[in-house]
Ligand binder design. Structure first.
Ligand SMILES: NC(=O)c1ccc[n+]([C@@H]2O[C@H](COP(=O)([O-])OP(=O)(O)OC[C@H]3O[C@@H](n4cnc5c(N)ncnc54)[C@H](O)[C@@H]3O)[C@@H](O)[C@H]2O)c1
Length: 350
């Protein structure tokens, strides 16, 4: 067996305990979780106890200094992603950082530059990339089944899904609401399937209509009195190659469906809905729809972590790169900036 990857966890909250740690533990022959750190000592200690992690810290710098690590999972609130990721890269660790990449474009750029400077892998927890639907459709797209994809529609809309736990409704710690939390997944999946084109202009609108009042809490009862994020974001993104995306994302909206996570792509030779996967084409003067009769039931979080581990061990490039993280952050922050200003935001070549 090759040497096991020595992993540290930064931030001992929900995503660390339900996704990162359990999926590292599934790869026991390849990974050893050596240490965990959290500013809240009781969180770090409780998670360490549950998963038998020996070394517990309350300061990530101390952990990075005292423990020899090959890789780190960054599972803190978004405000700390950049600071913690950069410190881990500088300490010689590969990093998987949870989504969204950061709070600002400058932070995402610095993270990508640091990864390059230190020759380390930096990837993000953009877990829908690793679904069977996206993997499968990517193979069709690579074989040019859709032709040039020039239009996409992205929805991440919950009827009443404002999280009633954690810091999801705190703009200061998260940087935004449904756009950066659930919209980011669908936006990233669309961008990936479109080849991550360079954005040209964004036009965004945000609303705070339901979250700042008490209501039916299907995801727990949220703190409506301190609700500082948007409950809905809408927007359009155009790209330098002429393509465009229309996006809608909401934690709460008066719609029929309780939870809609969807990506639709429209290309010159075909289109597709991604979740669930269905491909639309015109062949031999007939409009045909193609639905896979079988997709492997592989959990996308498990595959995300498996791929990260293999990239670290083999020094391979991840499918979700630090440079794509910068483009994603540009679009997100551009949409918020446009919503604030009430006018489109154009990106100029750097
Ligand atoms: N990929 C997904 O599907 C998904 C799902 C949920 C959350 N997330 C992301 O995961 C991250 C964490 O979310 P969560 O739900 O686990 O939050 P959480 O509130 O449950 O946990 C965050 C933990 O980080 C700790 N923390 C805060 N600042 C820290 C610091 N500077 N250093 C170390 N620890 C620190 C907190 O004490 C807390 O224990 C966020 O970026 C979120 O967007 C991703």
């Amino acid at each position: 067996m090759e040497k096991a990857l020595r992993v540290g966890i930064i931030g001992a909250g929900g995503i660390a305990a339900t996704v990162h740690i359990p999926n590292y533990l599934k790869q026991k022959n390849k990974v050893e979780i050596v240490a965990i750190t959290d500013v809240a000592k009781e969180n770090a200690k409780a998670v360490a106890k549950t998963f038998n992690i020996n070394q517990v810290f309350t300061d990530h710098q101390e952990m990075l200094k005292e423990v020899e690590l090959d890789a780190v999972s960054v599972c803190t609130p978004n405000k700390f992603h950049a600071e913690v990721t950069i410190a881990a890269l500088q300490a010689g660790c590969h990093v998987i950082c949870e989504k969204p990449p950061a709070m600002t474009v400058e932070e995402a750029q610095k993270m990508a530059e640091t990864a390059k400077q230190y020759g380390k892998i930096l990837t993000y927890g953009l877990s829908f990339r690793h679904t069977q639907e996206v993997d499968t459709l990517k193979r069709f797209i690579d074989e040019n089944e859709l032709g040039e994809i020039y239009a996409a529609r992205v929805h991440a809309i919950r009827r009443r899904g404002i999280p009633g736990w954690g810091v999801f409704t705190n703009k200061e710690l998260q940087g935004g609401g449904p756009l950066i939390d659930i919209g980011v997944h669908m936006l990233d999946a669309a961008l990936y399937l479109m080849g991550y084109p360079e954005p040209d202009t964004v036009f965004g609108v945000t609303y705070q209509k339901l979250g700042n009042k008490p209501g039916v809490g299907l995801a727990g009862h949220w703190d409506w009195e301190n609700f500082s994020i948007e409950d809905m974001a809408r927007g359009m993104v155009t790209f330098k190659n002429g393509a465009s995306i229309i996006l809608e994302s909401a934690f709460a909206a008066n719609t029929e469906k309780h939870d809609e996570m969807s990506v639709s792509l429209m290309g010159e030779s075909g289109g597709a809905d991604v979740f669930p996967l269905k491909i639309y084409q015109e062949k031999h003067q007939t409009l045909i729809d193609t639905t896979p009769s079988f997709l492997p039931a592989k959990d996308n979080y498990e595959l995300q972590m498996e791929r990260f581990i293999d990239c670290c061990l083999n020094e391979d490039q991840p499918i979700s790169t630090a440079e794509q993280g910068v483009i994603l952050q540009k679009i997100i922050n551009g949409l918020y900036e446009s919503a604030d200003k009430g006018e489109p935001v154009k990106f100029f070549a750097e």
